[in-house]
Design a protein around this ligand. Sequence first.
Ligand code: PPS
Length: 283
Amino acid sequence: MAYFKYKGIPFSPEFSSEETLSYVENDFQLLDDDIVNITYPKSGTHWMAEVLSLIQSQGDPSWVQNVPLEERAPWIELDEDLKIALKNPPPRLLTTHLPFQLFPKSFLHSKAKVVYTLRNPRDAMVSRYHFIKGFKALKDPGTVEEFMERFLRGEIDYGSWFDHVKGWVEMKERANIFFITYEELRQDLRGSVQKICHFLGKELNSQQIDSVVENASFHKMKDNKMSNRSTMPENVFDHTKATLMRKGISGDWKNLLTVAQSERFDRVYWENMCGVNMTFPWE
Ligand code: PPS
């Protein structure tokens, strides 16, 4: 299925519409106690949604065990999830892959807190390359080479990784945005949870933090039907071809890209990222 473009950014018509995107950009009202989980796709969205859900429930796992992740932390740009977001009572958890320029304008006058999670774009690309194979409506990713070129040109839903990151990084001086990486979560989940709690102004005791860390682990999430997307209907997703909870590691790109492909990726990376006023663990 072909993408459609909204203000130059490609989206899948299966999940989003121009009407929803325009509503979200112009009319969606962020509330001061909203917490928004923002990522470029395959950067740890579900992981952060689980961490934030568990922080919200003060470490009690019953919410993540009984309510689907997309109901706890709906994606505002998706037609079906937006309806849930609008019905959920405050304080809301919201999720989005939107680039900054399409994010609700109401953000500029709001105290809503944003957690922006980044991941090495090579790993985000490889994760997506595998995951797309499961979606019946999405374009087949083709060869690794072909997919990488589309990724580097931003000809993929939600557009360019580089533009997404640069757009959000420009907001970094705002007190209500917190940046974290997938790599930091992998390296020190407990320390990361403590930092996120501090940013959100939520005081969890040591046992509650232990429970967040335990229940947001890769293995717990992989086994949790409410978080692992195994309930996506067969007509939408072929579960024999792909899975959300695939490997959950950093550096898997080294198993897929050739040396030449990796060098090409580096060149495009630095053409786009030199001058960006933030450093990342993969640089
Ligand atoms: S999506 O579809 O864009 O919302 O996907 P997203 O959730 O951003 O990314 C999916 C990748 O995140 C990995 N993941 C985790 N890694 C470590 N620990 C935990 N708890 C965890 N939860 C999800 C998931 O395995 C996907 O990465 P890959 O590299 O494909 O395994």
